[in-house]
Every structure is written in C-alpha cells, then in structure tokens.
Design a protein around this ligand. Structure first.
Ligand code: SF4
Length: 408
C-alpha cells in the first residue's frame, strides 16, 4: 500500500487570496542559495535550498495538468494506493477547479487527505458535503480563531463565516486537525480558549498551536523579518506553558510547535524513559554537536547520559533545522572539538561550514547528523507515544553512531 501526492502547484500568499498578515512567505525576495544537504560537494545551492524552501513555485497547475500528472504517477506505482494527499504551494481551497478536482480524485475510491488548507477559498458551506461525499477522510485546517472577525482581519478571509461553517461540518464527519499561528494579544487568551472550546464541541481531533516568529533567530531565514512590525512574540517557555495548560483543560489533543506535545512528552520524550535510554549505544568518541538553542539542553542531557564528555554547542537560532551559515559564524570556535556534527537539515553548504568552523586555524572535520531526532508537534499529532519514541530511538542511535564513527 502506498501514498499518492497530488501537487496543485501555486504560490503561498499569491494563490491564497492574498497573504495572511502573519504569513512567513510575505516580503520574501531574491533567490539566494543557502546550501544544504542536497547540494553537490563543489556547488553551493540546489533546487531545494534556492527554490523549494521558499516554495517558489509557479501558479496553480491546470486541472488537466494535475490529472495527467496523477495518472502518470499512478502508472509507475507498483502497489495499490491507500491514501491520496492533496498539497501545493498555494492553498487548495483557493484552487479554481477544486470541486472538480475532488470529484475526479473521489472516483478513485481511496481516502483523500488535504495536507493543509486555510479554508479561505471556501465561500459556500455546501463544499463540505461535496468533500465528504467524495471520500475526504482527513484535513489539516487553519482555524486562526473561531471568531469570524479575527479571520477576516488577520487572514484576510473574505467569507470567514462560510470557511468556519465548512470547518464545523468537517469536524463532525472526518478527522480534522486544526492549526493556528498564535499572535499574542490577537488570538491568544480568551479568543484562543473560545477557539479550543468551539473545536472541541464540534469534534476536531486536535489543535496544533504554532508560535509566531518575527525575528531571524526565531526562524525567519528568508530575509523577511519582521513579518509584523511591533508584534509581540511568546517566549519559548511561556508558549510551552500555554500549550500544556490548554491541553490539560480540554479533552481534544492540543500541541504546540516548537514546544511541545504534552500528551506524549515530546520533543525528546525518550528522556523520561530510562529503560529505552539504556538501549542506545554508548558514546565512545569526542565530537561537538551543534544545534539550535531550544534542542541544545535536551541533547546535552541525553548524550551525557550515554557517556559523552563533549559539549553540545547551541547557536543563537532557536530551531536546529533552520541554522544557516550566519549562525555558524557566531559560534565560539575555541569551544569546538576537532570534529563537528551539524543538524542534518541545516541550511549550510558543507564546504562553507567547514571553512567557517575552521577559521581559527584548526582544520575541523564537519559531518552531518541525522535529519531529525524527534517529532515536532505537526508530526506527532497523528502519532502514538510509542511511534514517537521509536523515531527518537532511531534518530539518537544514528547521532551517536555518527559521533562514534567520525569522532576522535
Ligand atoms: S494561507 Fe498560509 S500560505 Fe497562504 S497566505 Fe495564509 S499563511 Fe501564507
């Protein structure tokens, strides 16, 4: 059994009926290459780190193109399709031939999944029944707030009542994972509590809260900070407490990114599992692991438990996967071992990282670690605790094996 992804193309913001006020793709300019794990050793920049990360796609594809591509993809699949995911750079609800597309995919009689929609394109609540009749089984839906005025003002949703009516109907019929970026003073506090209650009453499976980022060190790497001039941002701990408190008060699952999933104890739920920790390999060599400032204390604890005597070094950037060359340039080189391990997904070209991290005259070897060590809230929302622990075991075993293979 396998998954089929149907890519509609489209550009964030432009194919979303205009940008939401808080959209991270707002003000993105240029196409500078960051460098990443996919780049060739001698060339900084590839399709992924120049175009993919900006979601710099073309406008929506025509229905004809989508249908042809879907057919071609089906022909090369050796197994039966057990799930179809509709995704795109633009918002599926704004796809001009959305109802026809759903009917076409529905004729395959395979459960449909919409990877992400804001619902801004839904003007008629009747689309909800059309989606359900054609096999929609799961959707991630941006709610922002149950108050239509907040959606109108901050998402620029021209018909927020209709979008919420669609969400309401879907909650009662299929698996709905709602999501919202949380803007302190706008849709937090009482507005957020009302939104949680609204979703819970209607039967949503869960709500993912995303901390708003407004600065480069919080994760805006596309040269477009601030997104909202003067907007307050939650401190990481404050945000984590808010997520934990809401998850305690509602029976619907509520999790947050970057921290955390309180029902599972992730990220790094493995730290609460001494028996699993014992099954990880011992650290036998010395190497510096560089990571983001949020993950650093967790990684230090875990690696020390497994015998490491090297320091984990945190850069200023909070999220490890969004580390760029600028972050490495801020590292105190005197604290580094001769072998340095970078997050697998860091946006740095290997050769450039090696040059920056050897600028003090010590010729350091720079190696990439695993792609991920845990599941963030978006990933863990549909996972069991055991699945998250398995993922963490796999990630940390790979990290420790990398230390033991390349370390000194
Ligand atoms: S719907 Fe999502 S991608 Fe589109 S403008 Fe809003 S935040 Fe950006």
């Amino acid at each position: 059994m396998s998954h089929l992804t149907v890519d509609l193309g489209g550009r964030p913001g432009l194919d979303c009926r205009g940008f939401c006020s808080y959209c991270y793709f707002k003000h993105v300019k240029g196409t500078t290459a960051f460098g990443c794990r996919y780049c060739l050793p001698f060339q900084k920049g590839c399709d992924y780190c120049t175009r993919g990360v900006r979601e710099g796609y073309e406008a929506f594809k025509s229905l004809r193109t989508v249908a042809d591509e879907t057919l071609a993809n089906l022909q090369v699949m050796s197994e039966d399709v057990d799930r179809i995911t509709i995704s795109g750079g633009g918002d599926p609800s704004c796809y001009p031939e959305f109802a026809d597309l759903v009917e076409l995919l529905g004729s395959m009689e395979v459960p449909l999944h919409i990877g992400y929609t804001s619902g801004k394109g839904f003007d008629d609540p009747a689309i909800a029944d059309h989606l359900i009749e054609n096999g929609l089984a799961e959707v991630s839906y941006t709610v922002f707030a149950a108050d239509p005025e907040l959606r109108r003002q901050w998402m620029h949703d021209p018909t927020p009542e209709a979008s919420l009516a669609v969400l309401d109907r879907l909650c009662g019929a299929i698996d709905v994972y709602a999501a919202t970026v949380v803007l302190p003073g706008v849709n937090d506090g009482k507005a957020l509590e009302d939104t949680c209650a609204w979703l819970e009453e209607r039967g949503a499976k869960g709500l993912i809260l995303m901390r708003f980022a407004n600065r480069t060190d919080q994760g805006l790497i596309l040269g477009n900070a601030p997104i909202l001039e003067g907007q307050r941002v939650h401190a990481v701990d404050e945000f984590h407490e808010m997520v934990t408190d809401l998850n305690d008060r509602f029976s619907m699952k509520i999790s947050g990114t970057p921290l955390g999933d309180p029902s599972i104890g992730s990220p790094f739920a493995i730290l609460h599992e001494p028996d699993l920790l014992k099954k990880l390999p011992r650290v036998r060599k010395r190497a510096t692991v560089i990571t983001g400032s949020i993950a650093a204390p967790f990684l230090q604890r875990l690696l020390s438990i497994r015998g490491s005597t090297s320091r984990v070094v945190a850069v200023k950037k909070e999220i490890a996967c969004l580390i760029t060359a600028d972050d490495l340039a801020g590292v105190n080189l005197s604290k580094l071992e001769d072998v340095v391990i970078l997050p697998g997904r860091a946006f740095v070209h290997d050769a450039e990282a090696q040059k920056i991290l050897s600028a003090d005259g010590v010729d350091r070897e720079v190696v990439r670690g695993p792609e991920s060590l845990t599941a963030d809230a978006e990933t863990s929302m549909g996972m069991t605790r055991m699945e998250v622990l398995d993922k963490e075991m796999e990630g940390f075993a790979a990290l420790i094996n990398t230390i033991n293979r390349y370390g000194l």
